[in-house]
Design a protein around this ligand. Sequence first.
Ligand code: ASP
Length: 280
Amino acid sequence: MRILIHGGFFSESSQSNETKHKKQQALLEILNQGKDFLKNHSALESAVYTAKLLEDNPLFNAGIGSQIQSDGKIRMSAALMDGVNQKFSGVINIEDIQNPVLIAQKLMKEEDRVLGGIGATNYAKDAGFPMFSTETAERRHEFLTKKQSLGTGTIGCVVQDRKGRLAAATSTGGKGFEIPGRISDSATIAGNYANEYCAISCTGVGEDIVSGGLATKIVTRVTDGMPLEKAFEKSFNELKPYDGFAGAIGVTKKGEIFYQESHPKIVFAAFNGEADIVFT
Ligand code: ASP
């Protein structure tokens, strides 16, 4: 059993040490809840459960506490990937829903597994999810004072369950101030990918992550036999020519876990099968 979670990038310049500490504490608590749940649930169920807890915490930029776009609205994206059957599902630019990852979970059972914009919002409404504003006073204040701080905390979770099955979940409120219609990496296979060998969740500048095909690339390298750490290093080196800004967490079938960031600091926590680890 392994579980890794991330809370996106932490900005030393625009966020206080107190915020950093709060995020670390929150990650550790959520990691422990996720770990307990994982004892009796599959990797996929546990990835959803843990991502929902992260979405519900306003400290992170996903679900409650999402960033606000240039037109003053919040549009969120989330994806889920089941390593067992390689099914990917997700929502892109959904509005007024508390937990985008739960809509991604519901879409797993549909033939049409990725929905965008108004279609995603209507699907959630029709499925009985209540309309819910995920805006917080803090994000509105940041928006009104035009404070742009990338990395106020997209969330992600990768899991290996007791049967060795893998899953990945990623959820974001986006970069903040984006042009309405912009598509984040989080609900694409560049930002969230898993198969039977490896599961990866990314955070950072979505455009850079998509340019690097990051999550898929790392998973493919591990599938072809590369150790996880090497697959991370090679893939992150390939971001360098364009100074790509990204971070990722990963777990493999063999139980390897790893994380890397192109620029400091991504906040994350992990259970490596024996002990908890919290890092920024
Ligand atoms: N990757 C997200 C996006 O570009 C933002 C983030 O991870 O902080 O939408």
